[in-house]
Design a binder for this molecule. Structure first.
Ligand SMILES: [Zn+2]
Length: 260
């Protein structure tokens, strides 16, 4: 199968010692590992869990503000209602004292005073009921606040734990990446410069994979199985020819497992 159009598009053939091409596969393996670790670092489960907890903390904070506002409103209401009760009680006492002291002699005034005392008594009963009702609402707001505070504390503890776990996992990955990066730079320093440059260029364009082994007649970069004509061409190419996959354009490295 001839592909004249494709051929013309090919860059001038690059040559690099076969040993360098093999070393390039090791560099690729290291780069793949580093990329996997970087991905793992970015997608640690702790990130999502922390985002969840943070969201929960935000909701709890808002709920606490609401319940605290409610509490201080009820506190104010309670003081006012208690003040009302005190006022009525004081007035009743004053009236009762006048009555007990026998200061009121006119029957009409006496009747009016007794009537007022009775009215004040009913009024005090109503006000005391209001006080009780407010106290109940205040108690329920307080227990709600206690519940929310407990939830907030447990969320804080959870966030601290997750942060620590995330930091530990991140630090471990960083150490691993650092080691691999050092290994990579040693490995790369021994390889033909133009081969490395080409590799970097393809790697950038091809999702992190710039060099692929030809294994059992397949490009391990794109999984394409090469046809007999293509295999023949690769077999006949000089050892130091830098070959490219016809399909994905990655550097195709021949090894003993290539099936040539
Ligand atoms: Zn390919």
């Amino acid at each position: 199968m001839d592909r004249p159009a494709r051929r013309r598009l090919e860059e001038p053939a690059l040559k690099a010692p076969s040993a360098d091409q093999h070393r390039l596969l090791d560099v690729q393996a290291l780069d793949t590992k580093i990329a996997q670790l970087t991905h793992r670092r970015a997608t640690l489960p702790e990130h999502a869990k922390l985002a969840d907890v943070t969201q929960r903390q935000d909701v709890l904070r808002d709920q606490l503000v609401v319940v605290q506002t409610e509490e201080s409103d009820l506190d104010r209401e309670l003081k006012k209602a208690e003040g009302d009760v005190d006022q009525v009680r004081a007035r009743t006492e004053r009236d009762q004292k006048r009555l007990d002291a026998g200061q009121v002699s006119s029957p009409k005034e006496l009747e009016s005073l007794q009537h007022e005392i009775a009215t004040l008594g009913r009024r005090q009963g109503d006000l005391e009921e209001i006080v009780l009702e407010i106290m109940e609402r205040l108690e329920s707001a307080q227990s709600r606040q206690a519940e929310l505070t407990a939830q907030q504390e447990s969320a804080t503890a959870e966030a601290l734990e997750l942060t620590a776990a995330r930091d530990t996992a991140t630090a471990e990955i960083d150490v691993e990446v650092e080691g691999l990066t050092a290994q990579r730079s040693t490995q790369v320093s021994g390889i033909d410069r133009s081969l490395v440059t080409l590799y970097e260029k393809i790697r950038e364009q091809q999702g992190g994979v710039g060099a692929a082994e030809l294994k059992a007649r397949r490009c391990t970069g794109c999984r394409l199985e090469l046809n007999n004509v293509e295999i023949g061409r690769l077999r006949d190419a000089p050892e130091d020819d830098v070959l490219r996959c016809e399909e994905c354009r990655r550097i195709l490295v021949r090894t003993v497992e290539s099936g040539l």
